[in-house]
Design a protein around this ligand. Structure first.
Ligand code: MG
Length: 203
């Protein structure tokens, strides 16, 4: 399976990164080895001095598809979740400056947190979901999926032109503003529609 991550999908986050909105969805992959094992802490890797949290709504693909049309995209996923796209911001900045790929900064072990899943039917409108991230006792990120620049169905249609989507693939749909660094002994807790979806200790 693959983890397909959308970058710069919330306008306020694009701004905080000093980036410009992209003309098309921006995506990159994380390998399956990036998934943080459940109940495990996130260990800050030695190669970075600036690992940022990015809380994101997740979508799980449940049907094989290629060249999926936007109008049918909603039939290709059945679960909605919440996770973190941990990013070695210092390495990412260096890669961006040199025009190099981001894998080192985005695909390292433990960089993909995947919390609980809900059936998408549990929600009236997947494009109107509140989600948030607490660092220790403080809310650091708050978003609503209505603010996505590229909606879930558009992302599925776009990505499936280039790569076949397979059962079990997971989309990370982008982070809202408020990204920031983690430090040893921090605790990150994610919420979707008021439900706690994960709780991660930083080591
Ligand atoms: Mg991200």
């Amino acid at each position: 399976m693959k983890l397909i991550c959308i970058g710069q999908n919330y306008a306020a986050h694009v701004k905080e990164l000093n980036s410009k909105p992209t003309k098309e969805p921006l995506f990159f992959l994380k390998p399956d080895s990036a998934i943080l094992l459940s109940q495990h802490p996130f260990v800050i890797p030695e190669f970075s001095k600036e690992v940022h949290y990015e809380v994101e709504v997740l979508v799980k693909i449940n049907k094989l598809g290629k060249y999926i049309q936007t109008k049918f995209a909603h039939t290709y996923y059945d679960k909605i979740g919440l996770g973190i796209d941990f990013t070695a911001r210092d390495l990412q900045r260096e890669c961006k400056e040199k025009g190099l790929p981001w894998e080192k900064a985005k695909g390292f072990d433990g960089s993909a947190v995947i919390g609980k899943w809900f059936d998408k039917e549990a929600f009236e409108d997947v494009q109107n979901l509140d989600f948030s991230l607490k660092k220790n006792d403080k809310v650091v990120q708050e978003g609503n999926t209505t603010d996505m620049i590229y909606k879930i169905d558009e992302i599925i249609a776009y990505v499936s032109q280039f790569m076949t989507l397979k059962i079990g693939d997971i989309l990370f749909t982008g982070t809202p503003e408020g990204v920031g660094p983690v430090a040893i002994d921090d605790k990150l807790t994610g919420f979707l529609s008021g439900e706690q979806m994960f709780s991660i200790n930083i080591k």
